[in-house]
Design a protein around this ligand. Structure first.
Ligand code: SF4
Length: 367
């Protein structure tokens, strides 16, 4: 089936219908939430939805299994809690990705950009998927694409081809955005840092979230750990990792023990696998992407990066992967070193087929 390319992104005021109800997206400012805000979000997920929360590839939190009415209740609650703009048009274009664990100067620049974006009504026509990246101090934005990237460059900032003083960079980015139709196609560069486990240089501890999906109870546990062992702030990265900051080394063992199903080892093979919800929660999917991804891991498939996609839209991993499996008619097409939208090198595969093929390829040095 040809994927339905919706060309927009759901947000708090624009729920998207999915296989398990409606979903909405909370966009944390500066890519972080206080533990108290996390507890609120967990409560909304449980009370208004089916309790499932997804950490998206843009570092947003997606609540699933809502009705249209309960989605409205979440939007009202989020605005009241200061987690969203009250203006739907502003909320729609408020897509700013910030380098995780960024320091004060980078955060201040991102705040200035967000204020400028909100104040500029001429940007109301920006496509809903249009995003800004602020790549300054912190872990960087490795591997994440954005339409306009503001990148720290010595004591200034590079915006597009030009270099600006920090005070001028947000205005330069907004000027570029006004001419968004002329901007070159965005491209991802770099790669995601291994941000799981203890990061001593940052006094932070990263929890990988398998397939970016957890539930209200896990978010509540992370919030509790953040208060007990850190500074009460959770950083939501685009690499499907939640980082707790302000962690002392003495607390690391306790955090690892309380991780449950979350990933805390950089060499955990689940870190290398992306999969969307597939037919379980999306009408476009004809395969159980996540179930099949786990079956392939259990069969011993080991590749540098594996993307199991419910269809050619490739929501879970828009970038190329070493191996991409694309669901179609209940079977899979196989793309090597490409994206879900690329033409498969072969198709019609079952999971058992693929396990044999990929395990054999791995043994033959196909990693
Ligand atoms: S990639 Fe997955 S989540 Fe996205 S539209 Fe296709 S089946 Fe649905």
């Amino acid at each position: 089936m040809t994927p339905l390319l919706r060309g927009w992104c759901p947000d708090l005021f624009a729920p998207m219908q999915s296989g398990d109800g409606w979903l909405v997206r909370v966009k944390p400012r500066l890519g972080r939430i206080a533990a108290a805000e996390g507890l609120l979000i967990a409560d909304w997920a449980r009370r208004f939805g089916n309790g499932v929360i997804e950490l998206t590839g843009r570092g947003n939190l997606q609540l699933r299994g809502l009705t249209l009415k309960s989605a409205e209740a979440v939007a009202r609650a989020a605005v009241a809690a200061g987690l969203a703009s009250a203006d739907p048009a502003v909320e729609r274009r408020r897509n700013i990705l910030l380098s995780p664990l960024a320091g004060q100067g980078t955060c201040a620049l991102a705040c200035a950009l967000e204020c400028g974006l909100a104040a500029d009504g001429s940007l109301a026509a920006l496509p809903g998927k249009f995003s800004f990246g602020v790549d300054g101090s912190g872990l960087g934005l490795g591997g994440v694409a954005a339409d306009i990237v503001l990148r720290a460059d010595g004591d200034g900032w590079r915006v597009g081809e030009d270099r600006h003083a920090a005070d001028d960079a947000p205005a330069a980015a907004l000027l570029l955005a006004r001419n968004w139709r002329d901007l070159p196609r965005r491209a991802a560069s770099g790669s995601a840092p291994m941000a799981v486990g203890w990061l001593p240089a940052w006094r932070a501890f990263g929890f990988g979230v398998r397939f970016g999906q957890f539930d209200a109870a896990v978010l509540e546990r992370l919030c509790g750990s953040s208060c007990a062992h850190g500074d009460g702030i959770l950083h939501l990265t685009p690499w499907r990792v939640v980082l707790l900051s302000g962690v002392a080394q003495a607390n690391v063992a306790g955090l690892a023990e309380a991780a449950g199903s979350l990933i805390t080892q950089p060499d955990d093979p689940r870190r290398l696998v992306s999969a969307c919800v597939g037919r379980v929660g999306c009408p476009q999917g004809s395969v159980d992407s996540r179930g099949d991804a786990l079956a392939l891991l259990a069969a011993g498939v080991s590749v540098d990066s594996l993307h199991v996609s419910g269809c050619a839209k490739g929501c879970a991993h828009p970038s190329p992967a070493a191996v991409t499996l694309v669901g179609s008619g209940g079977r899979y097409g196989l793309v090597r070193q490409g994206r879900a939208g690329d033409t498969p090198q072969s198709d019609g595969h079952t999971v058992a087929d693929l396990a044999r093929l990929l395990v054999a390829g791995g043994r033959a040095g196909g990693r």
